[in-house]
Design a protein around this ligand. Structure first.
Ligand code: DGY
Length: 328
């Protein structure tokens, strides 16, 4: 008998066919997100779950007594309660590597947009407000090439951003991370800095930390106060690594020059969030990995992890905190 799995979002046909070779499956086929009560009914008798963002808690697992594997179609797994999963011996997997370049591209999109005020002037031109009365200086932005960029979090995506910054834009690259990266320092000439020193020196600060209990609100009022008033803040990781109230205050008080944000504390962002009315803030709907190729690769990688897990193999991308489940 094939293992039973539930697929909690529509996936490409090829990925579905791959899963069908090894598993009996049901799938949520609508484009809107699956309602929680439907998900809870669907997981009652399955061995595996393929999900865009599995919120895995003790309560959830009580409704899914057969569940063995949760395969996230995302690299972030901050919605997993890792202690509870360990206790219940639930294997959790994610999709590293396949989205690194796409997210690094988007980070650079936000860097360029915020520094050269691309969206701001796109809006101005489309609104018919490009007129000759404005002084030339009104349109000035900031150089990206040869600027100093400070990357907080030097994981796989941080590395891809460094490469673009050092080799493509000839930037001075500083980084802060819980471990030093001597090989990258050598390869790209990047420089490790303590957090305060990075914040004080960078023209562009890029946040690339995963969300954990240690990184929650990592950037707060104290950290924004240390940044240059001409600096730009970019976040492509998770909204909750930033105290958004402190970010809003820093922008309102001119403590930093602008921001480019793909992620927010509440998503979708609430309609009355002050960030939405600031000309010096570029906002995106969490699209870091949202390209055809990358999302296909993420779905396929997640399917491979799911199949390996429910057929009693060792999935390639078990999240680090749960690899202990496979230790003898
Ligand atoms: C990820 O994979 O974690 C991206 O942020 C998309 O959710």
């Amino acid at each position: 008998m094939k293992p039973k799995v539930f697929i909690a979002k529509p996936i490409p046909k090829e990925v579905e066919e791959y899963i069908a070779q090894y598993c009996d499956y049901r799938m949520w086929e609508k484009t809107e997100q699956i309602p929680n009560e439907v998900l809870l009914e669907e997981v009652a008798d399955v061995d595996g779950l393929l999900t865009p963002k599995g919120v895995i808690t003790k309560k959830f697992l009580e409704k899914a007594p057969r569940l063995k594997v949760v395969s996230n179609i995302a690299v972030g797994y901050d919605t997993f309660d890792l202690e509870v999963m360990k206790e219940h011996r639930i294997v959790g997997t994610h999709t590293p590597y396949v989205l690194d370049e796409a997210v690094a591209d988007l980070a650079f999109g936000l860097i360029l947009d915020s520094s050269r005020r691309i969206s701001e002037f796109n809006n101005l031109v489309k609104a018919g407000n490009w007129d000759k009365t404005k002084p030339e200086t009104y349109f000035y932005g900031q150089d990206v090439h040869h600027a100093t960029i400070g990357i907080i979090g030097m994981g796989r995506i941080g590395e891809k951003i460094s490469r673009r910054a050092a080799l493509g834009f000839e930037m001075n690259v500083l980084y802060h991370s819980h471990t030093r990266k001597p090989a990258l320092e050598e390869q790209y000439g990047i420089e490790y800095r303590e957090l305060d020193s990075l914040l004080e020196s960078a023209d562009i600060v890029v946040m690339m930390l995963p969300l954990t209990s240690e990184t929650y609100h990592y950037m707060g009022a104290e950290q924004f106060n240390k940044m240059k008033s001409s600096a730009i803040f970019i976040n492509c990781s998770r909204g909750q690594v930033v105290d958004e109230t402190a970010l809003i205050a820093a922008l309102q008080e001119g403590k930093i020059r602008g921001a480019g944000l793909d992620v927010f504390e509440v998503e979708p962002i609430e309609k009355d969030n002050p960030l939405l009315t600031m000309d010096n803030v570029v906002v995106l709907p969490h699209i870091g990995s949202a390209t055809d190729r990358t999302r296909f690769d993420m779905a396929m990688k997640a399917a491979e992890n799911l199949v390996a897990g429910v057929t009693r193999g060792v999935p390639e991308n078990v999240v680090p905190e749960l690899r202990c489940l496979f230790e003898k």
